[in-house]
Design a protein around this ligand. Structure first.
Ligand SMILES: *[C@@H]1O[C@H](CO)[C@@H](O)[C@H](O)[C@H]1NC(C)=O
Ligand SMILES: *[C@@H]1O[C@H](CO)[C@@H](O)[C@H](O)[C@H]1NC(C)=O
Ligand SMILES: *[C@@H]1O[C@H](CO)[C@@H](O)[C@H](O)[C@H]1NC(C)=O
Length: 482
């Protein structure tokens, strides 16, 4: 509420200044429609047909933004409350990753796997088939965790959160098998814990905020794409209980698809089960409603795409499930931002589950200052007007916004020239007592964790991102979504 008041004051101040003139269009800048950047436009692709762009080479799924699952009359327009909520979840995810870093001596199996509100911050979903005959389940996908799980029957009302689709019913599938206590699968390493139940192997995955999924460790047939042969014998968690550490009883999704580097991830398992495909997956996160994203497991990006690669590195042993690369620098409109190399010493996690890119203060402030210099034509809100975002501009009533280009330069020469939708958060600020504002805010966040960067999903949008795990590298290529 306090933030709201401050914002209201800012609104009054702003209304006294005349609207600024747009900077002339320059080739090295992004000039983009404000409307297309408003978060409310992210859902218009939700009804698009499944994509099939890689033929038989892999299993391709269409990616949809989680917000688009909420159908019906009560669709919420993402405003500044929504943005603030996202950033709070991001912060929790970041802090739990940071905590793991600073607890070097703790054994991996006793560290909370993935992280509390982290689950809440996952933004993108795909629909997969599970069982025989296959039934569809819409799940979040997470490059930062390993074990895939979905909610299963039996699950008394209070034990499961609400989801849109019916729960998985093992009795309706001819391929469901509980894993026995003596099976080697019952001792898969990684963040999940296993124990021996009355009849079979039980698992649990605990998150940083005390939320937890528990149930039977089982094997099933997964249909990762209607166009590809099903993968048999996939070990997953059949969740009979979800203990919520936060107040969200309606997560909408059926569970989570784990795409981490660990042995229990779907990636490692489909490699073992299918000698034809290496350990590789790729995606394009759609930037806005007019484009369609994809997730392909078992194949790289389309052959015609121009990719540049950066090596996977292992600077962070506590985060063995994470995809870490080295970040060499950041540029604004082609000019390198002066950032000390120590700011990137631990590397950069490429994460599908963090929204905005998080970086140490020593990197963020030089970036922010350079960015501000290029935004001189716009009226900046006083710092502190908005929680968690310190570089916000009033773009109310403007058709387009012109922002400098921001590029992330990785080791080995790979780069992401960040899509305009990944540079600015654009959202309306509704106020009962006055006209609503439209704000555009720099979508990067400072942290006090030296050396560690997390490249969020906003900054990966519109790129083909190829996780070539066997090849030890990650590739980036522009114009990945169709
Ligand atoms: C599951 O989803 C696929 C792709 O979206 C669709 O083709 C198929 O008909 C669905 N199956 C069921 C049983 O709803
Ligand atoms: C799997 O194990 C659970 C208990 O852990 C049990 O309730 C269920 O009936 C078992 N399912 C099958 C198909 O054996
Ligand atoms: C969460 O829900 C519990 C019980 O429903 C309530 O006591 C608590 O205050 C809520 N917490 C928040 C942060 O809303």
């Amino acid at each position: 509420m306090a933030a709201h008041w401050i914002l209201h004051l800012a609104l009054l101040l702003l209304s006294m200044s005349s609207q600024q003139v747009l900077a002339a269009r320059q080739q090295d800048r992004h000039t983009i429609s404000v409307q297309s950047l408003l978060s409310s436009s992210i859902c218009s692709s939700a009804s698009a047909v499944p994509v099939s762009r890689h033929g038989a080479a892999g299993s391709t799924l269409q990616i949809v933004h989680r917000a688009c699952l909420q159908t019906g009359d009560h669709e919420t327009v993402p405003d500044h409350h929504y943005t603030t909520a996202i950033l709070h979840r991001d912060r929790h995810r970041f802090l739990s990753i940071h905590r793991r870093l600073t607890r070097a001596e703790t054994k991996a199996t006793t560290i909370p796997a993935r992280l509390g509100l982290a689950f809440q911050s996952l933004e993108y979903v795909v629909t997969i088939g599970i069982g025989t005959p296959p039934r569809n389940f819409t799940v979040l996908f997470d490059t930062g965790s390993d074990l895939t799980w979905v909610q299963c029957l039996p699950c008394p009302d209070t034990s499961c959160y609400h989801q849109e689709e019916p729960l998985l019913d093992p009795s309706k599938s001819s391929t469901y098998v509980n894993i026995s206590c003596s099976a080697p699968e019952c001792h898969i390493g990684g963040a999940q814990q296993t124990s021996c139940g009355r009849t079979s192997c039980q698992y649990s995955v605990k998150y940083g905020d005390k939320s937890e999924t528990r149930g039977s460790l089982a094997e099933e047939t997964f249909t990762l794409s209607p166009l590809a042969p099903p993968a048999t014998g996939i070990v997953f968690g059949c969740s009979h209980e979800y203990i919520s550490g936060f107040n969200d009883t309606d997560m909408g999704v059926a569970g989570l698809l784990g795409l981490g580097r660990g042995d229990s991830s779907i990636l490692s398992q489909t490699r073992q089960g299918n000698s034809g495909s290496g350990s590789v997956f790729s995606y394009c996160l759609p930037p806005r409603g007019s484009s369609t994203g994809y997730l392909t497991i078992g194949a790289a990006a389309p052959p015609q795409s121009k990719l540049s690669f950066t090596p996977l590195i292992t600077t962070i042993s506590q985060l063995s499930s994470a995809y870490v690369v080295s970040l060499a620098g950041i540029s604004v409109n082609g000019a390198a931002v002066p950032i000390p190399a120590s700011a990137f010493s631990l590397g950069a996690i490429i994460d599908s589950g963090t929204v905005a890119t998080h970086m140490p203060a020593a990197a963020y402030y030089p970036l922010r200052d350079e960015f501000r210099r290029h935004m001189g034509g716009y009226k900046m809100l006083p710092e502190g007007s908005l929680e968690l975002l310190d570089t916000c501009y009033d773009v109310t009533g403007q058709d387009v916004v012109t922002a400098p280009r921001v590029a992330l330069e990785f080791g080995g020469g790979a780069r992401i020239d960040v899509d305009a939708s990944g540079i600015l958060f654009v959202f309306p600020v509704a106020d009962d007592s006055g006209p609503s504002l439209t704000l555009a805010c720099l979508a990067f966040v400072p942290t006090n964790s030296p050396g560690l960067v997390i490249v969020g999903n906003m900054q990966q949008r519109a790129y083909n991102v190829v996780f070539d795990v066997d090849g030890g590298r990650i590739g980036f290529g522009p114009n990945g979504c169709s």
